[in-house]
Design a protein around this ligand. Structure first.
Ligand SMILES: Cc1cc2nc3c(=O)[nH]c(=O)nc-3n(C[C@H](O)[C@H](O)[C@H](O)COP(=O)(O)OP(=O)(O)OC[C@H]3O[C@@H](n4cnc5c(N)ncnc54)[C@H](O)[C@@H]3O)c2cc1C
Length: 272
């Protein structure tokens, strides 16, 4: 499968970005999904295959070449700025140190702290980002995207990084916005089965939460121990429960998104 021709078009291709009019770096992240869970008894007795969770990218000894080397026809768009010390200093005013992972040089070896964020699960795509940001709140995301937009810093949203087409890793030096620290269930209504969860919650964690309440997520897949709900919605993931419950987007009732135009907005079927 060819890599995205550039980060912007890759993000704009996502169905939930149809309302995005900006042509600047990726400016929309779903922050929470409001989805319908299903009563657990509806699948009672089913046997569901469970593959292992994705391997850690740091276990890979022979790294794939950089995406930019494998695909020299893809050029970094010069309209995007390069990260400076001033940018880094600014991010430190926005976020605590535990929400910033930075390296003064691009990662080159598998054991680099930044490598798991630069390399996709299949060891097919590799970028050279030196900065990963871990927002903890919607406000954090809003601040990050506002600044990146103003500075024309390219951004790549990252969930569990289990996607199969390299969409969650940088092609070049994009700032990685990793959603793993936004991982709470916000609300669950046992009567309607509506759950509101942060986009960074791991699918398996959400399913465990709901199973304890006699419900399930209408989605199950081999990467459930690593993939996140935001990534699932972004990719409209299918999987083991697809035939029973239908397309995931059919169960998503709304998204909370951040964009430079809307700031933060909830929408019912906003992008489906
Ligand atoms: C073992 C294994 C089994 C799999 N089985 C299936 C399967 O059965 N069915 C299936 O459909 N897929 C499957 N996949 C692929 C993958 O797990 C799914 O695509 C999953 O939905 C990706 O979720 P993620 O959190 O890892 O997303 P990522 O890989 O992190 O991201 C995927 C895309 O979503 C974007 N994104 C992530 N989070 C956000 C956010 N909060 N806001 C905006 N954009 C965001 C990223 O930029 C990227 O473009 C499998 C993968 C593995 C490794």
């Amino acid at each position: 499968m060819p890599p995205p021709t550039n980060r912007l078009s890759a993000q704009l291709a996502r169905p939930f970005l149809v309302h995005l009019r900006s042509r600047l770096p990726a400016t929309v992240l779903p922050i929470a999904a409001r989805a319908r869970a299903f009563h657990a008894s509806s699948t009672a007795g089913q046997t569901e295959a469970k593959e292992g969770t994705p391997k850690a990218t740091t276990n890979i000894h022979k790294l794939t070449p950089l995406t930019s080397e494998k695909h020299p026809e893809i050029k970094r768009d010069p309209k995007f700025s390069q990260l400076t010390d001033a940018d880094l200093a600014h991010f430190h005013t926005l976020l605590p140190p535990t929400s910033i992972l930075y390296s003064a040089s691009p990662p080159t070896i598998a054991s680099s702290d930044l490598m798991p964020y630069n390399l996709d699960w299949f060891n097919l795509y590799r970028g050279t980002s030196q900065l990963v940001l871990f927002p903890r709140t919607t406000h954090d995301v809003s601040l990050i995207l506002s600044y990146c937009h103003a500075r024309s810093l390219a951004v790549v949203p990252q969930g569990g990084n289990t996607g199969v087409s390299g969409g969650a890793v940088p092609v070049f030096d994009e700032v990685i916005v990793n959603m793993s620290k936004m991982n709470n269930v916000r609300r669950f209504d046992e009567i309607s089965g509506v759950v509101v969860a942060d986009s960074g919650i791991i699918l398996e964690k959400l399913d465990e939460f709901l199973t304890e309440r006699d419900h399930i997520v209408p989605l199950d897949l081999g990467a459930k121990g690593s993939c996140q709900v935001g990534g699932n919605v972004s990719t409209n993931a299918g999987g083991l429960r697809l035939m029973r419950f239908g397309s995931l987007h059919g169960s998503v009732l709304g998204l909370e998104v951040v964009s430079i135009e809307w700031d933060v907005e909830w929408g019912r079927n906003l992008v489906l």
